[in-house]
Design a protein around this ligand. Structure first.
Ligand SMILES: [Zn+2]
Length: 586
């Protein structure tokens, strides 16, 4: 494990204001082409919400038969929440196909999440017709890709370098009745929020082997100098604390209507579930799309994936679903070398109101929260001891990146603290996100697993409609319906949860069983035209509720004309909608 340096970085809430690449974004060359003439995009670059929308528009214009771009709502500041469908429309619209919802950037500074989603879009469009795996996937299934979940917050983090977890909606984080009144301050005006260190005999930090580094003072350490360390800023509201009520404060991934809890239990929860328009739009979109069979909710950083359970007691989580989820997470570890971890590990001390917790609870969907970008993915382990020390990180930044991501400590006359020094890592692009020059490599490693998740969706396959005459002049119409997917049509045991009936059945399941409807020209059906025939099992070995993957459905029909045309439509929810070829009976 190479975590030592990172854990220390994670404990430092220092944040950069704008890396060199981000400054370039704010420049007036905004109208430059972002998609090259050959359709390629520079993936080693962070894009603003507007630039991301322009890239999506350009790519959609180049691939009209594979895309459908639209807004699913508006952000707090009124920005469109853009989403793009990706599928081969010749084989049916996205709404007829099992789909994976992929987003990024719900947390403002987690810019790699947005980058991965946009990159996946680019790779899908580029790969269709060339890459067999992608072609097959887009012929049979669909993606819903939403790179900027939170355009307001992401832009504030990217363009202005503001430290912000989620939405920009003003929020009283310190409970003093005022909102956003004590933000971080870029005192030295270098464009980054870094760290301040104040030399003091009681300080709890001391200089490390490289004097740019601070390490914890150990008990018994008497040889100074010692330092107090905090984030760059002033105590704007004079309450004795620094930077404790910065812009925003609501965490949108605690604002979903599943096991939502108020602020005193879940900080960042917001005033009530779905108070944020970005969350409400998400709930409506996923809620309105019964064909969504998986969710990848992209975050940064850490270099692992959070799996279910998320916003509930892990002891109450269905063990069959857990085994299934662990199986689906295994390819992530195989292709990236990174672990899969439960999002909830304690009966009560867990997250409340998360997206994947909600989607599993109300829709039976398996969602994933990849935390992209482990910092040690790109820093050289110079001494080969298997871990990245902060000294190695500094050396890498010095030697490979011209020292761009660390501001040297410089003296600064602080109005409240007297003489301090300001300096440190630009953590927004060094730790939280990779330096832009390593962004594409980080995006690339995510692709195989993301493809594998959609490949595991349930998928309906119809046999040929069989019509047999009966003695009484009626005909019997039969159709074999098969789920060829890995997941059952109910996706999870949660999806098959419903109310027990007196005859031992289950009604009102979370995922409605597939429904086959017969359509006739020149005939009338005797009995119901629509038959709910029960869920179909998948090829995975975990499903307990439904194991048979194939079923033959039957209708009795009375022909009323010399020629009768029979078509069957099967709505399989997350398994997609399948339509039989019309069969003519004379
Ligand atoms: Zn996050």
């Amino acid at each position: 494990m190479k975590r030592t340096f990172f854990m220390r970085l994670a404990a430092w809430p220092a944040v950069c204001i704008a890396a060199a690449s981000a400054l370039a974004l704010a420049s007036p060359i905004a109208a430059q082409r972002l998609v090259n003439a050959d359709g390629t995009v520079d993936w080693n670059r962070y894009y603003s919400a507007d630039e991301t929308n322009r890239i999506m528009r350009d790519l959609a214009g180049r691939h009209p038969g594979l895309t459908n771009l639209y807004s699913i709502g508006r952000s707090h500041l009124g920005a469109d929440l853009m989403l793009i469908e990706v599928t081969n429309e010749e084989t049916g619209p996205a709404s007829d196909k099992p789909a994976l919802y992929l987003d990024g950037g719900i947390h403002a500074g987690e810019l790699t999440g947005s980058a991965v989603a946009l990159y996946v879009l680019g790779r899908l469009l580029d790969g269709y017709g060339k890459d067999e795996r992608i072609t097959k996937l887009l012929d049979t299934r669909a993606f819903y890709i939403r790179p900027k979940f939170n355009p307001d917050g992401s832009d504030l983090a990217l363009k202005e370098g503001r430290r912000l977890r989620s939405t920009v909606r003003p929020w009283d984080e310190d409970g003093d009745g005022a909102v956003d009144e004590d933000p971080y301050d870029d005192l030295d005006g270098d464009g980054f929020i870094t760290r301040m260190r104040l030399e003091h005999p009681n300080g709890d930090w001391k200089l490390g082997e490289d004097p740019r580094i601070l390490v914890r003072r150990e008990p018994g350490d008497t040889v100074g100098p010692f330092f107090f360390v905090t984030d760059e800023g002033i105590d704007n509201d004079g309450d004795g604390r620094f930077n404790e009520d910065d812009v925003g404060g609501i965490d949108m991934n605690r604002n979903f209507p599943r096991n939502w809890q108020p602020e005193y239990i879940q900080s960042g929860a917001g005033p009530y579930a779905m108070s944020e328009p970005e969350v409400a739009a998400t709930v409506k979109f996923i809620g309105d799309h019964a064909n969504i069979a998986g969710i990848v909710h992209g975050h940064t950083s850490g270099g692992f994936v959070y799996r279910l359970p998320s916003s509930s007691d892990p002891a109450t989580f269905d063990s069959t679903d857990l085994a299934l989820i662990e199986d689906m997470g295994r390819p992530y570890t195989e292709t990236t070398g990174r672990p899969v971890r439960p999002s909830s590990t304690d009966a009560t001390d867990h997250r409340y109101g998360t997206l994947i917790g909600w989607a599993y609870d109300v829709r039976g969907i398996i969602g994933w929260v990849p935390e992209y970008s482990p910092a040690d993915a790109w820093i050289t382990d110079y001494d080969g001891d298997g871990r990245i020390s902060e000294v190695e990180a500094l050396r890498f930044n010095d030697e490979e990146l011209d020292g761009r991501y660390f501001t040297p400590w410089r003296r600064f006359p602080h109005a409240q603290l007297g003489e301090v020094e300001i300096g440190g890592w630009h953590t927004r692009f060094w730790g939280q996100n990779p330096p832009a020059e390593f962004l594409e490599a980080e995006c690339k490693v995510q692709l195989p697993w993301i493809l594998s998740l959609l490949e595991k969706s349930p998928l309906l396959e119809l046999g040929r409609v069989q019509i047999r005459a009966q003695r009484n002049g009626n005909v019997r119409v039969q159709l074999e319906i098969t789920n060829t997917g890995y997941l059952p049509t109910n996706m999870t045991e949660r999806g098959a949860t419903g109310r027990a009936t007196q005859d031992g059945g289950v009604t009102d399941m979370i995922v409605r069983p597939p429904a086959a409807t017969i359509q006739l020209e020149g005939g009338t059906v005797i009995g119901p035209a629509t038959i709910l025939f029960g869920h179909l099992g998948g090829s995975n070995g975990f499903s307990a509720a439904f194991t048979e993957s194939s079923r033959t459905i039957e209708w009795t029909v009375r022909p009323v004309a010399r020629e009768m045309t029979v078509t069957v439509t099967v709505d399989g929810g997350p398994a997609g909608i399948a339509r039989s070829a019309p069969v003519v009976y004379r």
